[in-house]
Design a protein around this ligand. Sequence first.
Ligand SMILES: *[C@@H]1O[C@H](CO)[C@@H](O)[C@H](O)[C@H]1NC(C)=O
Ligand SMILES: *[C@@H]1O[C@H](CO)[C@@H](O)[C@H](O)[C@H]1NC(C)=O
Ligand SMILES: *[C@@H]1O[C@H](CO)[C@@H](O)[C@H](O)[C@H]1NC(C)=O
Length: 213
Amino acid sequence: MGSNLAILAAVAFCFSVSNLVFYGHAIESVMYTLVRSESDYEIRLYREVSWMSALVRETSFEKSTKDGFQRIHQYIHGANINSSQLPMTAPVLTSVITSSPRTLYYVKLFLSKGNPPEPNPELNLQLETWNAQCMAIRKFSGFAKDDNVKKEMEALVTSLTKHPTGNTVLDYNISYTIAQYNSSHHTSGRLNEVWIDVSGFNMEGCLPKQGKY
Ligand SMILES: *[C@@H]1O[C@H](CO)[C@@H](O)[C@H](O)[C@H]1NC(C)=O
Ligand SMILES: *[C@@H]1O[C@H](CO)[C@@H](O)[C@H](O)[C@H]1NC(C)=O
Ligand SMILES: *[C@@H]1O[C@H](CO)[C@@H](O)[C@H](O)[C@H]1NC(C)=O
């Protein structure tokens, strides 16, 4: 009995270590269905999903991500109407909106449980719910920084242009999203992604079917 418990504890420990993300918690990830896989990009279908979102008016991607994540970190560690602890999830998103006179950043964390508690008002967070939608994804390693996120986005656009996937013009000038999966403590083996919404594409597996997903 005692040794079984010890083995269980060891297994649990290994599991949590391999899943360390931002501040060292075991994490849950957003689920999706792979619709298409190419050497340089993927198309995924995400089901309806809710995020806690922080609007940041900072001057840089890195500063915005840090500022927004600090607010969300407080929210999941009790800065909410029920003083509840919420699970850390992955990835952390930074959506970059470039259509307004000034670039806006929204930092978002996936809410794995329904009925999330309201954030404390001073955190200025908003609940955001996505409908089921298709995303084009490009993976990249290292740290996501101001000097590489736009290049990675442009590389994804180039890939999508080379493999025409539908009849919709890409809105990448308006918005794209960077997904980060690892804590900043990890200096190697890091996974990031660029996401571009392609739900308007006329692609099998992505056709909007009300209520199906
Ligand atoms: C908050 O707490 C109340 C009472 O303790 C409970 O009824 C409610 O379900 C909780 N709400 C959330 C979102 O956890
Ligand atoms: C995006 O913006 C660039 C520069 O402002 C412009 O040259 C390009 O045509 C735009 N692309 C789309 C798809 O709107
Ligand atoms: C980074 O996150 C990805 C996705 O969860 C994971 O596969 C990878 O092992 C993580 N890297 C490190 C160094 O933990």
